[in-house]
Write a protein that binds this ligand. Structure first.
Ligand code: BTN
Length: 263
């Protein structure tokens, strides 16, 4: 693995954004921060800003979970966009992250999205996404494992890095790939986005149990709706599950979809 040289990141990443001419247009690189999501707030980031950490020590995950210290082995980035209703950012960020990984690993690994926006490679988690809304902004935080080979006990066997997939890429390579794909995918029309997500979806056609707040729901994943979320066919009708509040509990044998309706 080529050694990262963080000193080159600001220019290299800004050049990448300038050539993309997309909504995201300004890079801020922080040598170390607790969380790029929090940094975006305290530096007063606005639409178009991208915050990148050399090291993120206390990253947050979805639904109150933590994201492990990236040390100098993973990437942590927050993209600042206009606040938006609906599920579009959840789908767009997942597709963009999956495509970035595909461009880095080629055919050597099976890349998939697990609802709502975890990126899996050969069945292990490679990247995660957290979307938070503050004032008029949406903060899309993406973390990706790049060169880790030793994991904390609780992550062993469940996570993977690009290095473990034999992809010899630097953190800068991965950041640039992500900037390219996210600027592009954010502009896609809904049908193209839905198709790209569905094609990579690990839970496609699976019978799954979900938790949404205190309620649970079981059914077959049949598609997705960019405005309303994941489309699940239950015995009592179609349900749409929003990304921000849904947790997948367990995959059920495919003959059991009892369809308890969410209120
Ligand atoms: C998850 O898998 O639950 C989501 C993980 C999101 C981690 C990223 S790293 C960059 C950004 N900053 C954070 O504190 N979290 C997100």
């Amino acid at each position: 693995m080529t050694r990262d040289e963080i000193i080159h990141w600001p220019d290299a990443l800004q050049t990448e954004l300038d050539s993309a001419r997309g909504l995201l247009c300004r890079i801020t690189v922080l040598r170390e921060t607790d969380s790029t999501q929090d940094a975006a707030r305290w530096i007063g980031a606005t639409v178009g800003d991208v915050i990148v950490a050399g090291r993120q020590t206390h990253g947050r995950g979805r639904l109150g979970s933590a994201w492990a210290d990236t040390e100098e082995q993973g990437i942590a980035m927050t993209f600042v966009l206009p606040r938006e209703q609906g599920e579009r950012y959840a789908f767009a960020s997942a597709v963009a992250a999956a495509m970035a990984v595909e461009s880095l690993v080629g055919d050597t690994a099976q890349i998939a999205i697990k609802w709502p926006n975890d990126i899996y490679a050969n069945g292990r988690k490679l990247a995660g996404i957290l979307i938070e809304q503050h004032d008029e902004f949406a903060h899309i935080g993406i973390g990706m494992n790049i060169s880790q080979r030793i994991w904390p006990n609780e992550l062993t066997g469940r996570t993977v890095s690009l290095a473990e997939l034999y992809a010899d890429v630097t953190r800068l390579d991965a950041q640039r790939a992500l900037l390219r794909t996210i600027n592009d995918v954010l502009e896609w029309p809904a049908p193209r986005l839905a198709k790209a997500y569905h094609a990579r979806h690990l839970l496609r056609d699976q019978v799954v149990e979900f938790q949404l707040g205190a309620e649970t729901c079981a059914g077959r994943v049949v598609g997705l709706c960019i405005e309303r979320g994941l489309e699940v066919e239950t015995d009592s009708g179609m349900q749409w599950l929003p990304a921000a509040k849904t947790r997948v509990i367990v995959r059920l044998p495919s003959d059991r979809a009892d369809g308890r309706r969410l209120s």
